[in-house]
Design a protein around this ligand. Structure first.
Ligand SMILES: Cc1ncc(COP(=O)(O)O)c(C=O)c1O
Length: 484
């Protein structure tokens, strides 16, 4: 566990990464240390977080209702973990509660279920959102989607107008802190001001913001205060299954929890139930204590390094990457490419004439670099950035419904964490330059169902990499449709 005397610098973070030197096989039979550029999906673990979990496990015990010594220690640690998660975003502990759930998705669903929307209540969200900050609202309320400008930014003029137009019925505006597609950082405090003027509240999906920028929700009575916020431990070097939801205690004190069972009550008879205070009321069942400890320790490390130092480092990486990537023949970049300080470390692109999935497969198989491709759980935003027409969209949707994802539009995404360095970026640019020159080696075939490409002859002996995979386990069937 990080001690009070310990001081981390940004340069220490690479050696903090569990698995930073893991060797992976390449298509040509050689091998290399894996380069991970898919941090926007999920980050690796900080070594100090892993050690903290190890240190905690001998004390692990069910929390809150145990009377044994270990239970008392574990409860104190878990309660402190809640506080650390709230302090991380400057939430006032007297008026706000910190609820620990599974991930951001679960947190947004909980908030949506807890709002108790009436038939005409309006939630404004945006076309830029991850599905996790869109579908939970669609499920329970009338949702208005505000669009984007030609360069992929949130259309702030349209957002302001929509907030004004729906005043009265408007209950909530739900926006991301940073986009998982373009990395664009939203002006959340400015938006909060408009939302509060209209008598509504704001929720910020900070899944992509929290690992990269300092967040301050501001005092509750500040006009630009953020009412509700959520983020995920697995995107900030603590992949142990914890998401954080913060909001006013008063809000969660009212009404019935969205999930009920053990832990959420003060007293139950066959006729009546009296709910516990939040956060207990909102953390049904035995909580993920280890996950809570892990995310709190990750926060302590990020804070020790300093979020400004992290932002500065990631900006330098972005500038370095964009400096070269735009010179690659046939590269198509999405989102802002010049004012990079307004985005977190995400680079999304396509290579002319090549399927996004093919490019991602080559990067993985021939360079040992982990990236991601497709629509990244933000289909509307990706399709708009790709200028997919409504007719094309209907055609792709029909094909997918018929079990064929081979033509689904998409992009390739490389996303940086605070530990990535210029060597990682160089390795990516090198393989991209090779791909653009069509100098890749494999013969790739596409699986129609998933749309994924696969290099012929490249089968991974999974049993060699993890002990409980049986060597005789049948190889997954793929439906090959085309070669390239
Ligand atoms: C912007 C954004 N919001 C929400 C989520 C969902 O987070 P989780 O998978 O932790 O539920 C993601 C995940 O990628 C995301 O990028």
């Amino acid at each position: 566990m990080i001690t009070h005397q310990q001081q981390f610098s940004i340069n220490d973070l690479r050696s903090e990464i569990v698995g930073i030197d893991t060797i992976v096989p390449l298509l040509d039979g050689s091998s290399r240390p894996y380069i991970f550029l898919d941090n926007a999906a999920s980050t690796p673990t900080f070594r100090t977080v892993m050690k903290c979990v190890e240190e905690f496990l001998p004390w692990y015990s069910g929390v809150h209702r145990g009377t044994g010594f270990k239970s008392l220690v574990a409860t104190e640690v878990f309660d402190r973990a809640h506080e650390i998660c709230g302090e991380f975003v400057g939430a006032d502990p007297d008026t706000n509660c910190v609820i620990l759930g599974k991930n951001t998705t679960e947190c947004v669903n909980k908030l949506s279920n807890r709002f108790g929307f009436q038939t005409d209540d309006v939630v404004i969200t945006t076309v830029m959102e991850h599905h996790s900050n869109d579908l939970p609202w669609r499920k329970n309320a009338k949702v208005i989607h505000v669009g984007i400008t030609a360069d992929g930014h949130l259309d702030l003029v349209a957002l302001k107008a929509a907030i004004r137009q729906h005043r009265g019925k408007l209950k909530l505006v739900a926006v991301n802190g940073a986009s998982n597609i373009t990395g664009i950082v939203s002006p959340i405090h400015e938006i909060a001001g408009w939302v509060h003027d209209a008598g509504a509240r704001i929720f910020v999906d900070a899944a992509q913001l929290a690992p990269h920028r300092e967040i301050d929700v501001l005092p509750d009575d500040h006009p630009h205060h953020i009412d509700f916020i959520a983020y995920s431990g697995h995107k900030m070097y603590a992949p142990f299954g914890t998401g954080v939801l913060i909001g006013p205690k008063k809000f969660f004190e009212e009404g019935v929890p969205d999930m009920v069972g053990g832990g959420v009550v003060d007293v139950v008879s066959l006729e009546s139930v009296a709910w516990n205070d939040p956060p207990h009321k909102e953390e049904a069942g035995s909580p993920n204590v280890v996950g809570g400890v892990a995310v709190a320790e990750a926060i302590r490390i990020l804070e020790n390094v300093g979020m400004d130092a992290i932002a500065e480092h990631e900006l330098r990486l972005l500038e370095y990457a964009y400096g070269r990537i735009r010179t690659i023949d046939g590269i198509q970049l999405y989102g802002p490419t010049d004012n990079l300080a307004e985005k977190v470390g995400v680079v999304t692109f396509n290579i002319e004439g090549m399927h996004n999935s093919l490019v991602a497969a080559i990067i993985g198989t021939e360079a040992g670099i982990g990236v991601r491709n497709g629509c990244f759980c933000a289909h509307p935003y990706v399709k708009q950035l790709l200028n997919v027409s409504p007719e094309e969209d209907r055609k792709f949707t029909a094909e997918v419904l018929a079990g064929n994802k081979s033509n689904m539009p998409g992009m390739v995404r490389a996303s940086f964490g605070c530990y990535n360095n210029e060597d990682d970026v160089d390795a990516l640019l090198e393989i991209l330059e090779r791909i653009a020159r069509k100098e890749f080696n494999g013969r790739y075939v596409q699986d129609t169902c998933s749309g994924a490409f696969h290099a012929e002859g490249y089968e991974i002996p999974f049993h060699k990499y993890f002990s409980f995979i049986d060597a005789n386990r049948p190889v997954k069937k793929r439906m090959y449709s085309e070669a390239s």
